[in-house]
Design a protein around this ligand. Structure first.
Ligand SMILES: [Zn+2]
Length: 506
């Protein structure tokens, strides 16, 4: 642990970095073609087409040098001297550095996080493991820059953060304090969360409870938590390290349910660790309370319920949007205030649902990707032609009222229509999935509702439309951007479908 000298250490660092920044001369941009990703998540493939293997993913604002163009695809230079391909439609020319709106030239020093909740990783790229995450507005110190990723340092560790999710910290306000003193003062004031200053000492406690689809572990601090999170391969376990002492010292709880075998707490004078032992690799999700003082770890476990229903059922999964209604353009769906695209979120959830169902022996058909000219009528048509057993459309809700949040599942089968004979079965399908979503996600219950949506109206097989959570609500946008939450959505939908088919009994 760095301990008591950190204040001075940060001040020194900052002055050294400040000197380095001042010494960096502006570098003229080269006239090569550079593009910037114009959607929140874009697959990088090994060749020019969706049939080529996915070799990575790019996020909004990420910039690449173009080497070649072919059939609407761009060959790009990847950071590690390899190349990849991106669909041209989802990128735009990168702004020139002379444009005042363009991001500033990368410079080391103090940065402020401008994404809603930004992951810190063990290396410079999204393929590296997540160590922790910081909320918007957190200030961090950049100590290196590599491949568009900053290496940053904070009180309890170091990691890497995407350069397009941070911006240079604002200039010190012009007060009557001399500038240099002002800078020193600011660095000390704005230490990242979990940095106990002065005489306050962090004191931690923890507990666990069983939830509908797993367990929930809560670590409560007396101050904002500084922590790091590691998943250890081999023996599946989650290692969480905290700055601060545990109130009750070390202890171990043997649990042996919901995929967790044991939780072990270890305490030293000024740092503590919690090790969560898993019986297998299970999806889990971590989240910080708004004040940063409590960390929750929620596991989503589908293994408790062994599926004994009929096998060989065909499920059509329809990740909403992605392709415009007329089939000739891109429809991002709703876009969150943080820039998250509904089409990207639901595609990821849909693919996870598909993988889980395939593992359980279901026949799965995804409406996208892979069908380039899909219209709104074309989606249900896939289910109708395949004589599917069910059709599940996956969406994120959105409202102008940013406070609205929660989960809804829709069906459509009005009395007097040709769909009336499916009214009971559609309602039961919606109820089964909604109930598992509420249990797994713990979001507000907005109920099972009936709505005349085209994909529900045109399906001749039982169909539902799931509104997972509100992308227009800042809290739920953060959740929807979290892979572990999306895992939990997928597990919940799959459990709902398994319940439905078990009750149907063939
Ligand atoms: Zn939608």
């Amino acid at each position: 642990m760095k301990g008591k000298v950190k204040g001075r250490f940060f001040r020194l660092w900052f002055l050294i970095l400040f000197a380095i920044i001042c010494a960096i001369a502006p570098v003229a941009a080269l006239a090569t073609q550079t593009v910037s990703v114009d959607t929140s998540l874009l697959n990088i493939r090994s060749g020019p087409g969706t049939t080529f293997a996915k070799v990575g993913q790019a996020t909004a604002g990420q910039q690449f040098t173009v080497l070649e163009e072919k059939e609407g695809w761009l060959k790009i230079q990847l950071s590690d001297s390899s190349t990849g391909w991106l669909i041209k439609d989802y990128v735009k020319p990168a702004l020139l550095s002379s444009n005042p709106e363009s991001p500033k030239d990368p410079a080391l020093g103090e940065l402020v996080i401008n994404g809603t909740q930004v992951n810190v990783r063990s290396g410079p790229g999204t393929t590296f493991s997540k160590i922790t995450s910081f909320p918007q507005g957190t200030k961090v110190t950049a100590i290196d820059l590599k491949n568009d990723w900053y290496q940053i340092s904070w009180s309890t560790g170091q990691g890497w953060i995407a350069s397009w999710l941070v911006e240079p910290a604002p200039e010190k306000e012009a007060t009557d304090i001399p500038a240099e003193q002002g800078i020193q003062g600011e660095v000390v004031e704005d230490l990242p969360p979990g940095q106990p200053e002065g005489t306050d000492v962090q004191s931690l406690s923890w507990n666990w409870t069983k939830t509908g689809s797993g367990i929930k572990i809560t670590v409560q601090g007396t101050q904002p938590l500084g922590y790091s999170e590691k998943i250890l391969a081999g023996e599946p376990k989650i290692l969480l390290e905290f700055a601060g002492a545990l109130k009750d010292g070390s202890n171990t709880e043997t649990i042996d349910e919901s995929g967790i075998t044991k939780i072990e707490a270890k305490a030293e004078k000024d740092c503590s660790a919690l090790v969560v032992y898993l019986s297998e690799e299970i999806p889990y999700q971590t989240g910080l309370s708004p004040d940063g003082c409590a960390l929750t770890i929620n596991t989503a476990y589908s293994g408790d319920m062994t599926y004994s229903g009929p096998t060989g059922k065909t499920v059509v999964i329809d990740p909403g949007h992605g392709i415009s209604q007329s089939g000739d353009g891109y429809d991002p769906g709703a876009i969150g205030a943080g820039g998250l695209h509904e089409s990207d979120v639901v595609l990821d959830i849909g693919q996870k649902v598909g993988d889980l169902l395939t593992r359980e022996g279901f026949n799965v058909i995804l409406t996208r990707p892979g069908r380039e000219n899909l219209t709104l009528e074309g989606r249900p048509q896939i289910a109708n032609e395949a004589c599917a057993d069910v059709f599940v459309s996956i969406h994120c809700n959105a409202s102008l009222n940013a406070t609205l949040n929660g989960t809804t599942t829709y069906f459509y089968a009005p009395v007097g229509s040709s769909l009336e004979e499916q009214r009971a079965v559609r309602q039961r399908l919606a109820a089964a999935v909604q109930s598992r979503l509420l249990e797994g996600l713990g979001r507000k219950d907005l109920g099972v509702r009936e709505e005349n949506y085209a994909v529900l109206r045109y399906t001749t097989v039982p169909s539902i439309l799931v509104e997972t959570a509100f992308i227009s609500n800042s809290e739920e946008e953060v959740l929807l951007s979290d892979e572990q939450f999306r895992n939990q959505v997928a597990v919940s939908i799959v459990n709902g479908l398994k319940d439905f088919f078990s009750e149907t009994n063939g």
